[in-house]
Design a protein around this ligand. Structure first.
Ligand code: 5GP
Length: 201
């Protein structure tokens, strides 16, 4: 059986990753969304085991020492990490896995699993990113300016990703991601079983 594809999705804070990915999952319920471990506190409405596995710093560090993470990173004062075992199991079963992680983690995944496919979600412009962060109404002006400064620094990393997805409208971004998943699934490496043993091909 062919192994599943590991798909890494990153994007600026406020680029709309959550909305876009939830629609991708509605269209492709066969995909497995990796639930990360984190030491940050749950936000209102977030469920343990669904949005994240919420654990203490001590428990996270134990898992680091046991080598349980495919990657982990410290981001805005908290740890975030991806369980290696769960990902491996799904990929071995031929299931495509989506990781929604920040850029340091994405770089580690590319290093350890070069066959992974990586996507970076961008807004159509910086002005639009600023407008979206303001219209969410959840952050102070200072936090918004910090997020914009982080985004400007992160721009340099985007060239390391395989694809850039533009989130102009949610439908457009969802369409681009679905197209990438289809194209990746058609790669010859994933389809060699179709021609193995067929004479004349
Ligand atoms: P938030 O706290 O807003 O849910 O997530 C903050 C950042 O952490 C986001 O950029 C998100 O993509 C990233 N993130 C979530 N899970 C993981 C993970 O397992 N590993 C890494 N490296 N980043 C993650």
């Amino acid at each position: 059986m062919n192994k599943g594809t590991l798909v890494v999705v990153s994007g600026f804070s406020g680029a709309g990753k959550g909305t876009v990915l939830s629609q991708v999952f509605q269209r492709r319920p066969d995909l497995y969304f990796s639930v990360s471990f984190t030491t940050r506190a749950p936000r209102a409405g977030e469920q343990d085991g669904v949005d994240y596995h919420f654990i203490t710093r001590e428990a996270f560090e134990e898992r680091i020492h046991r080598g349980e993470f495919l990657e982990y990173a410290e981001y805005v004062g908290n740890y975030y990490g991806t369980s290696l075992k769960v990902i491996q199991e799904k990929l071995d079963q031929g299931i495509d896995v989506i990781l929604e992680i920040e850029i340091q983690g994405a770089a580690k995944v590319r290093e350890k699993m070069p066959e992974a496919v990586s996507l970076f979600l961008v807004p159509p412009s910086f002005e639009e990113l600023s407008r979206r962060l303001h219209s969410r109404g959840t952050d102070s002006e200072e936090t918004i300016q910090q997020r914009l400064a982080t985004a400007r620094r992160e721009v340099k990393e985007i060239v390391n990703y395989d694809y850039i997805v533009v989130n102009d409208t949610v439908d457009q971004a969802v369409g681009e991601i679905l197209a990438i998943l289809i194209a990746e699934g058609c790669r010859k490496e994933r389809r060699l079983d179709l021609i193995e043993g067929v004479n004349g091909l």
